[in-house]
Design a protein around this ligand. Structure first.
Ligand code: PSU
Ligand code: MN
Length: 307
């Protein structure tokens, strides 16, 4: 059975019950499954992350559009479909109207997942990496819709920061302009996904899930429209040092240029190319950091729910 908190959004029963009782719920995105990792590691990751969220006392709510229905909370068969069907579209906010109207499948990006999570009443969302301002954006204008969504939707997004396929400095500036708090967990440096360092200082630092939840409550009290970025650096044992990944990223960007790939295909191409160039090492790091984010994000959701 499913529930409808919004006429267009179907919330699974377990998630709906948890929300109705004020228990902790963690939203999870699906572009990371369909367009961020290869099959079958992607499906295994999606299942495992749901388990970690549960082990930390929260209910997982993976979000996607299936047959044109925005769904919050998916079963195993849906995760398998998202991970293996090549016809699943990458779906950002601007794609929602047509994909829903045409009754197609879509895997939601950070931006679209935030929007649907908010419609369902979910406050905490865990992912791997955020989209941001691409390198060379002064030429291409390629700025992820994730940043626009963070400006207008009050959902806390836990990630391992921003990959250096992006311009990290310009991404942080844009978040500041848009009034989005950026809290780094347990570090004075903003992390760059594969690496704990980025060369950019943490805009602010927290050392516990309770501190994040306290900031969220104040944001609620002030009626802030924006979301919040929580950057959780990859565990030391899993990181690829910045100096090591830098050449790989330069190569991936050069290959992107040579192919002339633009638009929504840019990020999936770069993620896939980096996995190839590192012989799978980047995928292991990617999975490890999502696990760690799921644990911390669930702790944040539990702390926030226990207010
Ligand atoms: N960054 C990653 N892994 C990802 C993505 C970004 O390290 O899987 C995905 C997320 O779904 C994010 C989207 O919202 O890519 C951003 O795409 P774009 O740059 O086209 O906005
Ligand atoms: Mn883009």
């Amino acid at each position: 059975m499913t529930h409808q908190s919004h006429p267009l959004v179907q919330v699974g029963e377990e998630v709906a019950d948890a929300l109705a009782e004020g228990r902790a719920v963690v939203a999870l995105e699906s572009t990371i499954i369909s367009h961020g990792m290869p099959y079958p590691d992607n499906v295994a990751m999606a299942r495992e992350v749901e388990g970690i969220v549960r082990a930390h006392g929260a209910v997982p709510a993976t979000i996607a559009v299936l047959d044109g229905v925005p769904r919050v909370g998916l079963d195993e068969a849906s995760l398998e479909l998202l991970g293996s069907d090549p016809d699943v579209a990458k779906l950002s906010v601007r794609d929602l109207p047509l994909v829903v109207a045409q009754r197609r499948h879509g895997a939601t990006t950070v931006a679209a997942t935030m929007r649907l999570a908010h419609l369902a009443g979910i406050r905490v969302f865990v992912t791997g990496g955020l989209g941001g301002v691409h390198r060379g954006a002064e030429r291409t204008f390629d700025v992820s819709a994730d940043l626009g969504e963070l400006a207008v939707t009050p959902v806390t997004v836990v990630s391992a920061g921003v990959k250096s396929i992006l311009d990290i400095g310009l991404t942080l500036e844009t978040l500041e302009t848009n009034g989005v708090p950026v809290l780094v967990h347990g570090s004075d440096e903003f992390p760059s996904f594969y690496s704990r360092s980025s060369g950019y200082a943490a805009p602010s630092r927290v050392d516990s899930a309770a501190e994040v939840a306290a900031a969220m409550r104040v944001a609620d009290g002030l009626g802030l429209a924006s979301g919040m970025v929580v950057a959780n650096p990859v565990p030391e044992t899993d990181e690829i040092p910045a100096a090591e990944i830098a050449d790989v990223i330069e190569q991936a960007l050069a290959d992107l240029d040579a192919r002339g790939t633009t638009g929504q295909d840019v990020t999936p191409y770069l993620l896939g190319r980096i996995v190839e160039l590192t012989g799978g090492a980047s995928l292991r790091t990617n999975i490890a950091l999502v696990r760690d984010n799921a644990a911390f994000g669930a702790d944040v959701a539990v702390s926030y729910a226990g207010r």
